[in-house]
Design a protein. Structure first.
Length: 348
């Protein structure tokens, strides 16, 4: 029995490893565009009137055109699903090529939204249908363009169905899909987990970049600093994806110490991208946080400090992801120690 348990545990570990490997090496894109074409999108009101302030049709179509024009011509597929109470057309599938994109633009330009109210805004039904087209072997993006109000009953939660569905489907597709919820009201009540989706205002800048995802994995699990040396070091990350990081990438991070009295902010500056699918960042422990100067002083006063911390990175670029426990940083302060010049080095 003990041997059998070992085999079961080994199979489970191998399964986790293979699943993780499959996710971090995704390169092909799959996009699903949900387009609300109910009468409210063109300003129709429930009493049969018209409100120009709620007519977002022009902005939405321009946003859709901007979105499609931003697609790289890599022959990946994208699907446009117009919906009201249900999906109206399941057959509009295009390739991200010059011809495919032009065909999609023509479809958007020529689609007629009737001002006559003949259906409901059933975002929940459309959301569920969109997930029929999620391909776990690809990087999935869902774009939902709507006026942001579920006004018909769906499932056990009725008209309050959307948040529960978002939470559930985000969990089911974690790591393989990301949603842009483009609404007339960017402050609507729907909450997306940070790694799952975001809410945008259709009346603002509706150009949505959809670059290929890039996961950065540190090649050195532990990083050692001696406080008598400089607080800057170059660290090498492995790229998992086809994307270039770009010189404008400026992520920041937070050092979480086991000692709650210590707090340090961290910045990464891109140094170079290498030919072997790795990238070098200069890691700086900066004094721009309110606690950093105090923390540095307290740590230096420690007689023989050996304090470890975990570094978590944050980025404004939602498509660049770091491993949750990106780096373990260990600070050392040893006395006596001769003063010496320390060169910045790359951890391999």
């Amino acid at each position: 029995m003990p041997d059998l348990m070992k085999v079961i545990k080994l199979i489970f570990v191998l399964f986790l490893f293979s699943s993780s490997f499959a996710q971090t090496n995704l390169t092909e894109l799959n996009r699903v565009i949900l387009w609300d074409v109910t009468a409210s999108m063109v300003g129709s009101t429930p009493n049969g009137g018209y409100n120009p302030a709620t007519n977002i049709d022009r902005n939405v179509r321009q946003g859709l055109r901007n979105l499609i024009n931003s697609f790289e011509e890599d022959n990946s597929t994208f699907r446009i699903l117009p919906f009201t109470t249900n999906i109206i057309d399941f057959n509009r599938v295009f390739t991200a090529s010059a011809t495919g994109k032009q065909n999609a633009l023509s479809y958007i330009n020529n689609y007629v939204i009737s001002p006559q109210i003949i259906g409901f805004t059933n975002i929940c039904s459309a959301w569920v249908d969109a997930h029929r087209y999620i391909d776990r072997g690809k990087i999935n993006f869902i774009y939902l363009y709507t006026d942001g109000e579920q006004n018909t009953s769906f499932g056990p939660d009725g008209r309050n169905c959307l948040q529960g569905l978002v939470t559930r489907y985000c969990e089911l597709t974690r790591g393989t899909s990301y949603t842009y919820f483009v609404s007339i009201n960017a402050n609507n009540r729907i909450i997306f987990p940070a790694e799952c989706g975001t809410i945008l205002d259709v009346r603002g800048d509706t150009t949505i970049p959809t670059p290929r995802s890039l996961n950065l994995t540190p090649l050195s699990r532990a990083l050692y600093f001696n406080l008598q040396d400089g607080m800057t070091q170059i660290i090498r990350f492995r790229e998992n994806g086809n994307r270039k990081v770009g010189a404008s990438f400026r992520p920041s991070g937070v050092l979480n110490f086991s000692n709650p009295s210590f707090s340090l902010d961290v910045e990464l500056t891109l140094i170079r991208e290498n030919n072997n699918r790795s990238v070098d960042f200069e890691l700086k422990l900066s004094d721009f946080s309110s606690h950093a100067t105090t923390t540095n002083r307290m740590m230096r006063q420690g007689p023989n400090l050996n304090e470890s911390a975990i570094l978590f990175f944050q980025s404004n670029d939602r498509e660049i992801k770091f491993e949750p426990d990106s780096l373990s940083v260990i600070f050392k302060y040893e006395r006596p120690r001769p003063i010496q010049k320390v060169n910045i080095k790359i951890d391999n």
